[in-house]
Every structure is written in C-alpha cells, then in structure tokens.
Design a protein around this ligand. Structure first.
Ligand code: HEM
Length: 445
C-alpha cells in the first residue's frame, strides 16, 4: 500500500458529489442533451416560422455577388416582419429545459440572421436588435445561465441530431438542424466540433472516475490513474485527428468568405450591438460562437491543470508576447456555456487533489501525466495550423465572385472589419494557450 506520506502530500477526503449527472451531463452523450430540443409550438411557433423563412433565403449582407444581392429585397421584408413581431412572454414557455434550450437557439439564430443579412453601410453606428428578439433571449438566457447570444451550445450541442433518428448519435450518424449560410462547409464545420465533443465524453468519464477514487494515494488508485491518463492522451490524439480531418470536408475559402461572417458577435464588426428594451445592454456578453466555449475542451485543461491566466510560477517563464495575450479569454468563454456546465468546471477545479500535484510527486504517474499534456499541446499546435489555413491565409485571398464583385467586397474589408478575422490578436492568443499547455509538463525535456 502506498500512502499519502510517500507523496509528501496532505491528502484531504475524496469528494463524493462530483458526478456527471449532477450537472446535466449524460454518460453517453456528454454535454449534448439526451434528445435534441424539439420545436416550439403555440405562440412561439412565430419564432420557428421566422427561422424557416430565413434559412437559405437570406444572404450575408457583406456578400457582393449578384446571387447574394438578388436576395436583399427578400431580406428587407423579412427584417421588417421581425421588427413587427409581438414581444412574447417567455414565462409562458413550459417548465421544460429542452424548450428553453430550443428558444435560446432559435432566437440566437434569428438575431444573427437579422444583423448579418443587413448590407454594411460603412458607418460605425450601433446596430439594433429589435425588442421582440432581445428581451426574450435575455430572459431565456438568465434561466439557462448562458450568454444571450449565439453560442457553441446553439450551433453544436442543441443543433446536432442523429442523421438516422432510429440510431443513437455517433461520429458516423450526425446531422445538423440549422445553419446560417446554408453551405455544406458550415454543416461540416459544426459536425467536426460535434464529433470532437462526442469523442470527448470518454474524458468526462475518466475525470469522474478520478474524482470518485476512495484514496488517491492507494497503489491501485495510482496505477489506475496512470492507465487512465494514457487513455486520456489517446482520446486527445483522436480529437487532433478529428480536427485535422476537417480539411477533407470544410473548404477554407468558403469558410472564410461565406460562413464566418454570419458568426460574428458584437465584439468583431465595426458596429456594436444594442439590445432594444434591455437596460444596460452594453454590459451583455455578446461575442461570437467558438469551440473555445466547449466544456469538454475546458475540462481537459482544468483536469490537467493548465494555467492560462499565468497565476502560477512555472517554467519556462512566459514570453513577453504570452504576457500581452488575452489571458482572460478561456475564463470569459465559460460565460457562454450553459450554467450547469460552467458549474461542472468550477467544481472540477476545486477537486481536493489535482492530478498534477500527484504527478509531480509520484514517479508512477509522471510519464503518463506528461503524455496527456503533450497530446494536448499537439492538439493546440494542430489547431494553430488550422486557424492559419482557415483564417490567416484566407484573409489574403480574393473574395468570391466576378473581379468587380470581389473588388467591392475588398473595399468593405478594408473599412475595419479585421478584428477576429485573422492577424496577430488570434495568433498570440492561441500561442499563449499552447505555451501555457507546454508549461504544464512536470518533467522538462
Ligand atoms: C475551421 C476550423 C476552426 C477555426 C478556423 C477555428 C478558429 C478558432 C479561433 C479564431 C479561436 C480563437 C478565439 C475565438 O475567436 O474564438 C479558436 C479557439 C479555440 N478553438 Fe478553434 N477553430 C476551428 C476548429 C476548432 C475545432 C474543431 C475545435 C475543437 C475540436 C476547436 C477548439 C478550439 C478551442 C478549445 C479554442 C480556445 C483556445 C484554445 O484552447 O487554444 N477549434 N478557434
């Protein structure tokens, strides 16, 4: 028997409460609901109808191709219809989490359709989200504990469903209910995230098993943890493969010019968003969706003890660029997760014996722990290459359409839509995350 003294650690009691089911997390589907949220009915069908009338029929406002411009009059009518919709009382939604999730998703899609189908007018004046969308999404978001804007939960967790409804959702059986751009590139982009999310469920189970260990320092527990850390490394390697394989189905040029514009939040364009009818709407969290909001990805970081905020003294010391990067990004992204999932991360961070502390003192764990950290660092290296391919490189390409159409679009791009569309901000953020992961290793090579 090993005991705490061998580790040089004071080991507190193991918690009993850290179970996935306490956080609305399913053992098979993870952060996906067991069943996809069902369509809203009654008076809320109005929102569903508006969504049906938007998909595939509206064009991205900044798209200057003739085929996109031909859709603009329809877009004007659609937005006019939205402005004239009644303000519905979300208190009338039945007390059923799936309906609230569906309401959030439908409203968030409507908001992005409403904002981004408007041709940019080149002025930095704020854009207004009508009260009939703004007020209900804020109310629904308060119940769900999530930001009142399109999030990873809307585009992936509540949007994915089994392609064959007779079979459970799996890597080979995923379809999407909704897209903004109506392109296969967008579908496959979200399906890639959904596949990673599903593969990540095994990691959630590994973490739960660790949290449930009756005695972290017992020899059997240590050898089990070592084995599980190796398993975790393999799953993270699979996530990297899923990420890299997206090159086969997600077209970079289409992604950059036809898809990404639909996702922008209030932090990216030239104009801030105002939520009409919502007091102090400038204090709301209104960034665009990102896989940086995936609770699975955060769970890996928290479990392994990656220090994104540079709170701890680790080697090698952070570079000047690391220090200047947005250290609060990952923490902020948690506000874009459903409240229960956010709570899961908070409790995970409070486990009495972080696996990194054990690995530092136990030669039995060190190698397998570092293997898991290295796998995560490789994931972040691969992710940086993906971002280079899909954003940084594409920023220098010619927009789609005839030379005249492309020129018109390029003119718009140069009017200051650059933040979040590539360049140094994103690169230094991702590099800082990769370097923080590297600093998590317990043995410096
Ligand atoms: C075309 C594919 C992708 C692009 C262009 C892309 C782009 C980005 C960008 C620009 C960020 C920086 C912050 C932000 O703006 O949200 C980010 C963050 C992040 N992305 Fe992606 N992403 C892609 C696919 C994925 C996939 C499939 C995953 C997960 C399997 C993923 C996981 C993450 C994570 C975890 C972060 C937070 C930062 C970090 O942990 O390093 N991304 N992504």
């Amino acid at each position: 028997m090993l005991n705490a003294a061998l580790f040089g650690l004071e080991l507190p009691e193991t918690p009993t409460g850290f179970k996935l089911e306490n956080y609305q997390v399913d053992y098979a589907t993870g952060f996906f609901p067991q069943e996809p949220p069902s369509r809203l009915s009654g008076q809320f069908k109005l929102w569903e109808d508006a969504l049906d009338d938007a998909e595939g029929k509206l064009s991205l406002g900044e798209d200057t191709r003739a085929c996109a411009k031909a859709k603009r009059p329809y877009g004007e009518n659609w937005r006019d219809r939205i402005r004239n919709m009644p303000l519905l009382d979300t208190g009338d939604l039945a007390d059923e989490p799936r309906l609230w999730q569906r309401a959030h998703m439908v409203l968030a899609f409507l908001i992005n359709f409403y904002i981004h189908s408007q041709p940019p007018n080149g002025s930095p004046t704020p854009v207004h989200v009508p009260e009939c969308l703004a007020v209900p999404i804020v109310n629904v978001s308060r119940v769900l504990g999530i930001a009142p804007v399109l999030t990873f939960a809307d585009t992936v967790l509540w949007n994915a469903k089994p392609a064959d409804s007779q079979l459970p959702m799996s890597a080979n059986n995923i379809a999407l209910a909704h897209t903004l751009s109506n392109t296969n590139t967008e579908r496959n982009f979200h399906i890639t995230s959904a596949k990673a999310e599903l593969r990540g469920v095994e990691i959630l189970r590994i973490i739960e098993d660790y949290a449930q260990l009756p005695d972290y320092a017992d020899i059997h527990a240590v050898s089990r943890t070592a084995k599980d850390l190796r398993r975790l490394a393999t799953v993270v390697q699979d996530l990297t493969d899923i990420l890299q394989n997206m090159k086969d189905t997600v077209d970079p040029h289409c992604f950059y010019w036809q898809v990404r514009g639909w996702f922008r939040g209030s932090d990216c364009g030239t104009s801030k968003w105002i939520y009409d009818g919502v007091p102090e709407s400038d204090t709301l969290d209104l960034a665009g969706p990102s896989a940086g909001q995936s609770t699975v990805m955060h769970a890996i970081d928290v479990f392994l003890g990656v220090d994104h905020q540079l709170h701890e003294k680790r080697s090698p010391a952070p570079s000047e660029e690391n220090k200047k990067a947005d250290r609060g990004f990952m923490e902020r992204m948690r506000r874009y997760m459903p409240g229960q999932h956010h709570a899961y991360l908070k409790d995970l961070a409070a486990l009495p014996v972080p696996v990194r502390s054990l690995a530092k003192t136990s030669p039995l764990l060190r190698e397998s722990y570092d293997l898991a950290v290295l796998a995560l660092k490789k994931f972040r290296d691969a992710h940086m290459r993906i971002v280079c391919l899909y954003i940084i490189n594409m920023a220098g390409t010619t927009p789609p359409g005839t030379p005249e159409e492309a020129l018109e679009r390029q003119g718009m791009q140069s009017q200051g839509r650059a933040k979040g569309t590539g360049g140094s901000h994103v690169a230094s953020l991702l590099k800082a995350g990769r370097d923080a992961t590297d600093r998590t290793l317990v043995v410096r090579r």
